[in-house]
Design a protein around this ligand. Structure first.
Ligand code: ADP
Length: 525
């Protein structure tokens, strides 16, 4: 007899209720449907495939990029069953006899979950073996790794569709915590599952407070003051380089703060020790590179500080998302200087041109977020394709801009000018060129299209380029225009924008923060 869904949930996980969309996802998988799950970190993605795997006949293959994470998950699954072979990891660290054991457990139907790294799954001997087994479905965790538009592109993921086809034509489940519309499309296409049932949870984290401060020479003092006001609370500080991690950790220690460094340059033992000390509350603050965090489930992290701004809003969302997982307040404090953006640009300089373009487009979003005076939550959620009501939405007042709002002014006519330029130049320019057109700054591209000869060329030169860029960002979030990501950010007008042009409405603009002393250089690069 088939087990009831709730009985299984209780039996295997000890929970009485599903969280969010879990029940619908599980049903979709039990129904053998291709399924795509987009849930923020902490949303409960693992259960979405673990429960159906435990309930279905055969073995579910789980593809995951992180060996350490896989091991944690396997241990957790083994903890809920007396059958040791119920979950296995297949990777290069296993010896021959261990591999034989895994294979024999799969063949005899004992193994319900088989975790593999994508590079292992490609191996012919494994593919040949798995072809002959009863596979229930393939779950692809961190599915955004398949997309160049994600923040963590891994080329091995691109081969997964082929391998899955070879193994068996089983349902595929993609899961990710970071899907902008572009990444989402990419995942569905590349995995050949455009027919999938899509489940998308809200990305709003109402208990997180977002704050951006200018990064000055006093940044270390600012950080120390911030931490001292929160004595005994847990926090993470992210830095770009290992060197900075060590420097900051030392500065904090000298100032009597219980901090430890963490980056991939330490040996595994030191890393594990520092991580455990943080989890066990033997250390308050971890100063880390992005190597720290994946799979760390410490519920009461009260703040995440970015000493250096990350390279995409996805990374920012992921990293800040580690605060307040218990639902209590999480303060996300970012120190921003445009200089840091230039540094990140420089890192990309040796990459292939297409990758640089993507990287540049992602960075521009980060700049926009940092410099905006809008509701920051609305900005982030817009990036993830989600609408947010900045008056009544949950957590609407939880950011620096909302607590200390800047003055607004009527910008109806200026908005109309931008929209007019977008349409009259046949929607072929990126924001940068539109701004240059407004302020009358010539370049080869504008000349070649004769935009420089148009009556509107230079029409907005009484305002700065930063001013116009700010307004463009605001009308972007207000959906009057949209960015064509495939064309690296070409601006198109939307239906709402067309309606506005016909009958302009009031548009209240807030001016962006000016973090840079060099006004014009801050955006137009
Ligand atoms: P994600 O992979 O989306 O980041 P996890 O699968 O790690 O999230 O789950 C986050 C937390 O939520 C875990 O501690 C997990 O035990 C818990 N959790 C998942 N599903 C439920 C549920 N139905 N009821 C209660 N807690 C749950």
């Amino acid at each position: 007899m088939k087990m009831n869904l709730y009985d299984a949930l209780k039996k295997f996980f000890g929970f009485n209720q599903f969280k969010g969309l879990q029940e619908d996802v599980v049903k979709s998988i039990l129904d053998d449907q291709n399924t795509f799950v987009i849930m923020p970190t902490g949303g409960g993605k693992s259960l979405c495939y673990q429960l159906p795997a435990l309930m279905k006949e055969g073995t579910a293959i789980v593809v995951s990029p992180l060996i350490a994470l896989m091991k944690n998950q396997v241990d957790a699954i083994r903890g809920i069953s007396e059958t040791h072979g119920i979950a296995h990891v297949l990777n290069s660290s296993l010896n021959k006899s261990e591999i034989n054991q895994v294979m024999s457990d799969i063949s005899s139907g004992v193994t319900k979950l088989l975790y593999v790294a994508p590079e292992s799954l490609i191996k012919e001997e494994y593919v040949d073996f798995l072809k002959q087994q009863n596979i229930s479905f393939v779950a692809i965790d961190e599915a955004h790794c398949i997309s160049e538009w994600g923040h963590d592109f891994r080329p091995e993921y691109r081969n997964l569709r082929n391998i899955i086809k070879q193994i068996d034509n089983v349902p595929v489940i993609g899961l990710t915590a970071t899907a902008t519309e572009k990444v989402q499309e990419d995942i569905l296409k590349t995995l050949g599952m455009t027919d999938a049932n899509v489940f998308k949870a809200s990305f709003n984290r109402p208990n997180l407070f977002y704050e951006v401060r200018p990064k000055t020479k006093e940044v270390e003092k600012d950080i120390i003051r911030f931490i001292k006001q929160r004595e005994g609370q847990s926090g993470i500080i992210y830095c770009l380089s290992r060197k900075k991690v060590e420097e900051i950790a030392q500065v904090l220690q000298v100032n009597g703060i219980n901090a430890l460094p963490y980056h991939a340059g330490f040996d595994a033992k030191t890393r594990a020790k520092h991580q455990d000390m943080f989890l066990m509350e033997d250390c308050d603050v971890v100063v880390a590179t992005i190597a720290f965090g994946m799979g760390i489930d410490k519920p009461d992290v009260r703040y995440v500080i970015h000493h250096d701004i990350p390279k995409s809003l996805e990374s920012y969302y992921q990293e800040t998302g580690r605060a307040g997982r218990d639902g209590g307040e999480g303060h996300c404090l970012t120190f921003y200087a445009y200089k840091d953006i230039e540094k990140l640009e420089k890192f990309m300089a040796n990459k292939p041109v297409a990758e640089q373009e993507v990287g540049h487009a992602l960075l521009q979003e980060v700049v926009g977020y940092a410099e905006t005076s809008m509701n920051r939550r609305k900005y982030i959620l817009h990036y993830f394709g989600e609408e947010f009501d900045e008056v009544n939405g949950e957590g609407a007042d939880m950011d620096d801009n909302m607590r200390n709002p800047k003055k607004k002014h009527e910008a109806k006519e200026e908005v109309a000018i931008i929209l007019k330029i977008v349409t009259e130049t046949n929607e072929m320019y990126k924001a940068k060129e539109i701004v240059n057109t407004l302020i009358g700054k010539e370049n080869a591209l504008l000349k070649s299209h004769k935009t420089t000869e148009q009556p509107f060329f230079g029409i907005g030169k009484s305002k700065t380029s930063s001013y116009w860029m700010a307004l463009i960002r605001q009308i972007l979030v207000a959906d009057l225009i949209r960015k064509e990501i495939e064309q690296y950010g070409v601006i198109k007008i939307t239906k709402v924008g067309e309606a506005f042009l016909k009958e302009p409405q009031s548009f209240m603009m807030t001016e962006d923060h000016q973090y840079s002393s060099d006004d014009d250089a801050s955006i137009i690069t």
